[in-house]
Design a binder for this molecule. Structure first.
Ligand code: GUN
Length: 285
């Protein structure tokens, strides 16, 4: 039976430490603040933003939401980002994705000042991650790396197989794992023999959004499984991308859904907002 990686508990411990960092900033007269831009009526995005707002409140970070109509023009979005870039009371800016198709998300992420880019999506910050320089690491990959650290899972020389190549999770994860000396394989919808790659994984990270897609026959004994998926099965129950019940028997470590990667993502966002605030203070010295 696998050790269950308790993301909920670990995220709570991290948030407790972040509260102290936030208190310290406030004592020196700085109130950390996160600005979140939400466009349109995407239901999951509304829930994510609500959860981010709750976490900010718990830690003591000011949270300001900018709700934009789904028909907004690119120019107006960029104007808002410019305004927030210039606003010295705002330390972190987050544009919740997805955004409506007529808008250019790449330009929007590029316009967010790298110093306030707490999601780590600005190409400058992505580049720094590639070069293994200090930067904002996007929150889900960062949360996964913290889980490895907390459970003493060393990546050196390990075969890490990542399934999914999104800009938000899969791609930054490649870099994070490489920076920890893993041998990284990335699989995606065009991969020919997926099982061949999952079978050789010492560590398998799955981020594709398909309920119970990874089955027990696809993994080897002792595998470490990180499940990034959040899906609903036919009964409306939350499930990950892996068949937890059966894989748990074979794995050495596994993350549950819910209570695994999800809470860590939010904790890392909070960490990044405080880092952005602290950096401004350091740079002002
Ligand atoms: N949409 C899904 N995940 C994320 C995330 O981590 N950040 C943002 N901005 N949008 C998302």
């Amino acid at each position: 039976m696998a050790v269950i990686i308790d993301g909920k508990k670990l995220a709570k411990e991290i948030r407790e430490k972040l509260k102290i960092r936030c208190e310290d900033l406030k004592k020196s007269g700085i109130q950390p603040k996160l600005a979140v831009i939400l466009i349109g009526n995407d239901k999951p995005s509304q829930i994510y933003v609500k959860n981010k707002s709750k976490a900010c409140e718990e830690i003591g970070i000011l949270f300001k939401e900018y709700l934009l109509d789904e028909k907004i023009e690119q120019k107006e979005l960029i104007n808002l980002i410019d305004k927030l870039n210039k606003d010295t009371t705002v330390h972190g800016i987050l544009l919740q994705s997805p955004i409506p198709n007529h808008l250019d998300i790449n330009e929007a992420f590029r316009k967010i000042s790298p110093e306030k880019d707490v999601d780590g999506f600005n190409p400058i910050n992505v580049g720094k991650l590639v070069l293994n320089q200090d930067t904002f690491v996007s929150c889900t990959p960062f949360g996964i790396m913290k889980m490895f650290e907390a459970y003493n899972i060393d990546l050196t020389g390990k075969n890490v197989t990542i399934i999914g190549r999104s800009n938000i999770v899969g791609k930054p994860l490649i870099q994070c794992c490489l920076n920890k000396n893993a041998t990284v394989t990335v699989c995606h919808s065009k991969t020919k023999d997926l099982k061949e790659h999952t079978k050789k994984a010492d560590i398998l990270i799955v981020a594709i959004g398909k309920s119970k897609f990874i089955t027990e026959d696809m993994v080897k004994n002792g595998v470490v499984v990180i499940d990034v998926g959040i899906n609903r099965d036919e009964n409306g129950k939350l499930t990950g991308d892996v068949d937890f019940e059966n894989i748990e028997k074979k794995a050495s470590f596994i993350t549950p859904v819910p209570g695994g990667v999800g809470p860590m993502t939010i904790a890392m966002l909070m960490n990044n907002v405080l880092k952005a605030t602290e950096n401004i203070r350091i740079n002002a010295k």
